[in-house]
Design a protein around this ligand. Structure first.
Ligand code: SF4
Length: 311
């Protein structure tokens, strides 16, 4: 942890954090935590919830992870906590056993707090909450406990990007680093391949709000992220993701200093083999075009070695 760094949630204070926990749990009773707005009472059961999750969060794994972007990994790794289930239903998800089939264990807020403290004790640079959108109340409750027990790492909200503005308001002054996906620029592929309505509209409004809260990505003198926005964009076969539009949006509506990871690792998983063109990997020229679009817009491009980066 950089000297002098104080995470947003510590600055916010425990009284306000308690208020956010209460407000977030109240919303579970007719759940509208994400834009699916299922309206079910998750305090009673998970029945009818698009995210299959009731009052308790489920976690599939937690610990240091070295496969994330360099500013999150540093030397100590990113302290990932993978939540089970998801508010998206991507038919090509590479973690479908976790996100779509429900592999994981229910945890109480006290146990989730212990996982946060455990990645700090292991020397990780951040707590990286993977697929958090449907478990914001449980995260806030755990964060309150962990903060009182000495958690001081930056909090990373690592989301598929289908987040409601009302829920992001609960996270204002809580999250240090937002890491949203921008998966699609058009609604049709989002509906067909991830089973959600209005993804581009929801996603772009969410990214604007995230940037308003935390600004551009700020690194410390070791190159480790402290605060800000880091966008992920997975290049899909046949340009289903709409890279040019997403890059233009970031440049014109967010900031020319936006940090973006244009990802090349798409491979057909889960049900993708039934859904051409998702039944193949991307070609080198498809990736080169996407990366060149981001470079051409002068965005801050994550520079990890790429399987397909041959230009
Ligand atoms: S968080 Fe789950 S139950 Fe709530 S609106 Fe989203 S998908 Fe539905």
């Amino acid at each position: 942890m950089a000297r002098g760094f104080e995470p947003a949630y510590v600055q916010l204070g425990t009284d306000e954090l308690k208020r956010r926990v209460a407000e977030a749990y109240a919303r579970l009773e007719a759940c509208d935590l994400c834009p699916r707005e299922c309206g079910v009472n998750r305090r009673e059961s998970a029945r009818g919830a698009g995210c299959h999750t009731g009052e308790r969060a489920l976690v599939s794994s937690a610990g240091p992870h070295f496969g994330e972007e360099a500013p999150l990994v540093g030397r100590g790794g990113s302290g990932t906590i993978f939540f089970t289930w998801c508010n998206l239903a991507c038919q090509y998800c590479q973690n479908a056993d976790i996100s779509q089939l429900g592999h994981g264990q229910e945890v109480e807020p006290e146990e989730l707090a212990q996982l946060m403290l455990s990645v700090q004790a292991q020397g990780c640079h951040n707590v990286n909450l993977v697929s958090p959108s449907h478990v914001v109340p449980q995260i806030l409750a755990a964060l309150l406990i962990a903060t009182e027990a000495g958690l001081r790492l930056p909090l990373v909200y690592n989301t598929g990007g289908y987040d409601s503005l009302k829920t992001l308001a609960l996270l204002d002054g809580v999250v240090d680093i937002y890491m949203p996906d921008m998966k699609y620029a058009q609604p049709e592929p989002a509906l067909r391949y991830s089973k959600v309505q209005h993804y581009p509209q929801v996603n772009q409004a969410a990214v604007q709000e995230m940037h308003r809260q935390v600004g551009d990505l700020v690194l410390d003198d070791r190159g480790v992220a402290q605060r800000g926005l880091l966008v992920r964009h997975l290049v899909l076969p046949g340009d289903l993701a709409g890279t040019a539009e997403i890059v233009r949006f970031l440049r014109e509506k967010i900031s020319p200093h936006t940090y973006i990871n244009v990802m090349d690792q798409y491979r057909p998983c889960y049900r993708a083999h039934e859904l051409p063109p998702l039944n193949r990997r991307i070609m080198a020229e498809e990736y080169a075009r996407a990366a060149q679009l981001a470079q051409g817009a002068d965005l801050r491009l994550d520079e990890r070695p790429s399987r397909l980066r041959g230009f």
